[in-house]
Ligand binder design. Structure first.
Ligand code: HEM
Length: 418
């Protein structure tokens, strides 16, 4: 668990160890109060970058696609490397009119109307996984439940065959966050490449034999009157897998971790004293699974009176914004009934998460399944953290579930009645 407290002078936010080994609560509070636009100095290996910690400043940069671009990367890894190979092709790292058109295609494919059958499948899958785990009693929630919800959902959307899903899950975990200290950047790069190659094959297949899936939709779509190239389709599939799996999975794991640690909040959920939608917003705020995003200044500009030079990197720390006392009453209290809740886990402005509707379905189905099938649960061992400067959360979470026999029986009756 996060243990040591750090001082503002010693923290390097590019270093994954900073997050794995330290409690940054005080650090972020100090930054918000005294240095809301802070310079993270360069090291011998990499350049320096700006760090924004206040909710209002982060929203302002998210909104401002005149002064800031996503096309030179939108997370530290790519920003520090000097760019993203998907620039101008992959939604998250494309700006301007092309971004707008591509976004429309994806929003249509990920909107409420189209997602109805997907939502039904998420519900059935989540309820079955939770029921099975409750029947077993003990499980690793991260591996046995959370790993099997978002990846199954996105794979269904993209039409990824069942037999390939474990392969993709392993590659995704290696590509983004290191669950294992032994995984280095070279291995992560190889995993990213494996995912791209995998989708290249699938795109070729769908061009010859289109189906109802999202890959076929993308393969038949046009932007500016020209069909999307194979590379465009592959990069966007990659981004959906990467963007849609880890973040939702880590939020689910964090929900169970936090509910086990806050029994009084669990009781409110169980007793129906707070709405599911309100609870979903709070677990998103609390988990803040993607800690930062980032932009590059395209011209000299200013934030809070601090001069930002053209080409400098500005990082936006959602994990801090979501605890900003200027916006949230008692931000360090986990409160499932919190309203209003202006959490920005999904970002804001032109790049606001296109998968937010789907992610909300996944998280709410999990909370409802827990509420219906268990009277409570507790952590039975250590929950190791992912080692990353981007993602926040746990890659393993041993828990023991106590069955709600009446709730299980009610669900049996309902299923029987259908
Ligand atoms: C964008 C967070 C789930 C696909 C974003 C952004 C954030 C975010 C903060 C904005 C990035 C930026 O401003 O540069 C999350 C969280 C999720 C989640 C916290 C779950 C709890 C999903 C899912 C999908 C997805 C399920 C896909 C099905 C995307 C894509 C973008 C995006 C494609 C780029 C949008 C654009 O640039 O216009 N997400 N996301 N995300 N997300 Fe999500």
């Amino acid at each position: 668990m996060n243990a040591t407290t750090v001082t503002t002078d010693t923290v390097d936010l590019a270093d994954p160890a900073t997050f794995a080994d330290h409690d940054l609560t005080e650090f972020w509070r100090t930054l918000r109060d005294t240095s809301p636009v802070r310079w993270n100095p360069p090291t011998r290996q990499r350049r320096g970058f700006w760090v924004l910690s206040r909710h209002a400043d982060i929203m302002a940069v998210h909104r401002d696609d005149e002064n800031f671009t996503s096309e030179r990367g939108n997370v530290l890894v790519t920003l520090l490397e000097g760019g993203d190979a998907g620039a101008g092709k992959m939604l998250a790292v494309t700006d301007g009119p092309r971004h707008e058109q591509l976004r429309k295609i994806l929003l249509r494919a990920l909107g409420p109307r189209v997602l109805k059958p997907v939502a039904d499948a998420v519900r059935a899958n989540t309820r079955q996984l939770v029921r099975e785990a409750v029947a077993r009693g003990d499980c690793d929630f991260a591996l046995e439940i959370a790993s099997r919800i978002p990846m199954t959902t996105i794979s269904n959307l993209l039409g990824v065959p069942e037999s390939d899903r474990d392969f993709l899950l392993t590659q995704t975990k290696t590509a983004l966050s290191a669950d294992d200290d032994a995984i280095d950047e070279e291995e992560s790069a190889m995993a990213r490449n494996e995912i791209l190659l995998y989708f290249q094959d699938l795109v070729e297949e769908r061009r010859t034999a289109p189906g109802e899936d999202l890959i076929s939709t993308l393969a038949q779509s046009t932007v500016d009157g020209a069909p999307l190239s194979d590379e465009d389709v592959v990069l966007n599939c990659y981004s959906l897998i990467i963007g849609g799996d880890e973040t939702s999975r880590l939020t689910m794991i964090d929900s169970v971790y936090s509910l086990a640690a806050h029994p009084e909040q669990w009781r409110r959920l169980k007793d129906g004293d707070c709405g599911i939608d309100t609870a979903v917003d709070e677990v998103l705020r609390w988990a803040s699974p993607s800690m930062h995003f980032g932009r590059t200044a395209v011209r000299d500009t200013e934030i809070e009176g601090v001069r930002i030079a053209k080409n400098e990197i500005v990082t936006l720390w959602h994990s801090s914004a979501n605890r900003d006392e200027r916006v949230f009453d008692q931000p360090d209290v986990f409160d499932l009934g919190r309203t209003p809740n202006r959490q920005i886990a999904f970002g804001y402005g032109p790049h606001f998460c296109v998968g937010s509707y789907l992610a909300r379905i996944e998280i709410s189905e999990l909370l409802m399944a827990l509420r219906d099938f268990t009277v409570g649960f507790e952590r039975t061992g250590e929950a190791p953290r992912v080692r990353s400067n981007l993602l926040n959360g746990f890659h393993s979470l041993p828990v023991r579930f106590h069955p709600d026999r009446a709730g299980l029986a009610r669900d049996d009756n309902l299923s029987g009645a259908k």
